[in-house]
Design a protein around this ligand. Sequence first.
Ligand code: GDP
Ligand code: MN
Ligand code: MN
Length: 250
Amino acid sequence: MENIVVTGIRGLPLIKAGDNIAAMICERVKVDDGDIISIASTVYSKSRGYTKHLSEITPSERAERLAKLNGEDSRFVQAVLDASQDIIMEHPFILSELPFGHIGVRAGVDQSNIDDGMVIFLPPEPMKAAAGIREEIKNITGKKVGVIITDTCGRSFRRGQTGHAIGWSGFTAIRDFRGDTDLFGHELKITEEAVVDEIAGFANFVMGESNNGVPAVHFRNCPSWAGHDNLYFSKDEDITRRLLKEAYPS
Ligand code: GDP
Ligand code: MN
Ligand code: MN
């Protein structure tokens, strides 16, 4: 098996609405079948115009209340509420569920790496976003790559943020080891590896969080895997979600 080679894609400009990031990536890296391209949701959203000026936003009463509670700008809080399908927790920060299944702090709405007074939303349909980029790369190069759209997210139980996959295309999210045997012949009963998050995590490491200017990462020689796409727990399965809802009724 060949070594995995991971390369940050440099030299991309500040992304504006209307930019074709698939084409911009293909100008800067030579892709091959089976390669993986990981793209920060920030730049995907900027290219699609999933952004807003705070001055265009009128906060609701709830936004005003939560802004006071958490010491935030009520227009920013309104953007978070607009992006959310359900609020899991209101304080000390808003934890919300997005329509596509992701649960994240402040609905993943960012105020960094964009002009002052603007917010960036997560792409509303990140699976379609990843599939669209994959398709565009195939049209440009004739190569079939996998695509992951990432965001930097906090986690439960541990300090520190890591990259998470919020959309993917070209492979399954999960590598399913159930039924496989370990080195001693024991059957694995519960191991499902969230491969897309592992790749997103390393891509996020290569990207950095601030002014690196590396919003996309190229992976060569990743082994392939098989599994399924049920990355998000259903509401019944998700114990943490349920307990938080019970603890913080809103
Ligand atoms: P997020 O994790 O999707 O919220 O994105 P970040 O704001 O953390 O940015 C990830 C990486 O992309 C960092 O290296 C940023 O410097 C870089 N980045 C963000 N926006 C742009 C852009 O418009 N152009 C370029 N070239 N890099 C960007
Ligand atoms: Mn982000
Ligand atoms: Mn980030």
